[in-house]
Design a binder for this molecule. Structure first.
Ligand code: ZN
Length: 282
């Protein structure tokens, strides 16, 4: 099942996509996709509702992020060997973690405001997982039973802040709008093998990234279990699992986002995103 959220920022409503591709408003049945509502058993109940009895979502509705808020928004660095190579870095021997600020969460098609000071803003198409069941010190074999589902993420990154400002990568990862997540929260039954998904990103129509989750160094189940040994993951937490080659930093010459640029990205089965880069308001 594909779930999503629609409406203006901060007042989105939960919905599902019926088998005819029509959005159906779930707000009479669930407040929002947070807490216990993200438990796989609860999502299964919602998926079993008769969509004909649910109001249709307007076609022109804005799509919000798949969850209203995220506690831990964890990124995984250099998780594709070929992306590590284009970054001029060795493949890591164990996963690299960083934090994306929870306030970076955005809708999949929201305009991206490029901060005035940001000169090296870059794109990263990624497979993200949304936690549905608390996870602390879990095993790899148990890991996928703790997710609510999968979502497409653009791990937008300001490279100068990330790399040239010293300390952690988090400085370049958490600006407002740097975490578009969606359009859909896709439950595991629709993604039988998360390590066999094509992923792509275009800039102004030109292919920049064209990869597959098959080339991840650390697969999704291993990442969830690994992160759970450093923090207790809660429902609504998000782990975004790294990007394949083709980022702007890895190109010759390097290419970074400017006003008017349009990013479009997608992953098999998870839908697509489109962000237009604009000047900051005020
Ligand atoms: Zn990333």
């Amino acid at each position: 099942m594909k779930f999503f959220r629609f409406g203006e920022p901060g007042s989105e409503r939960p919905a599902l996509l019926d088998k005819d591709g029509v959005g159906r408003d779930l707000s009479a049945h669930v407040d929002d996709f947070q807490g216990a509502a993200l438990h796989p058993a609860r999502l299964t109940e919602l998926a079993a509702l008769d969509p004909a009895g649910l109001p249709a979502v307007p076609d022109d509705a804005r799509i919000g992020p798949v969850v209203p808020r995220v506690g831990n928004f964890i990124g995984i660095g250099l998780n594709f060997a070929d992306h590590a190579a284009e970054s001029g870095l060795d493949a890591p021997s164990e996963p690299i973690l960083f934090n994306k600020a929870p306030s970076s969460l955005a809708g999949p098609n929201d305009a991206l405001e490029l901060p005035h000071e940001a000169k090296k803003t870059d794109w990263e198409v990624e497979l993200a997982v949304v936690i549905g069941v608390p996870a602390y010190r879990i095993t790899r074999a148990d890991a996928l039973s703790h997710i609510a589902g999968y979502a497409l993420c653009n791990d937008i990154s300001e490279r100068a802040f990330q790399i040239e400002r010293q300390g952690t990568w988090s400085k370049g990862k958490g600006l407002p709008g740097f975490g578009p997540l969606g359009p859909y929260l896709v439950t595991s039954d629709e993604i039988p093998d998360p390590q066999d998904l094509k992923m792509w990103l275009t800039l102004n129509g030109e292919v920049m990234q064209n990869g597959t989750t098959a080339t991840m160094i650390f697969p999704v189940d291993e990442l969830i279990a690994y992160v759970s040994h450093f923090m207790r993951l809660e429902p609504g937490d998000v782990i975004t699992t790294g990007t394949p080659p083709g980022v702007g930093m890895g190109r010759t010459p390097q290419r970074y986002l400017v006003h008017g640029d349009v990013m479009e990205l997608g992953i098999d089965g998870l839908g697509t995103q489109k962000q237009v880069c604009v000047a900051p308001k005020g």
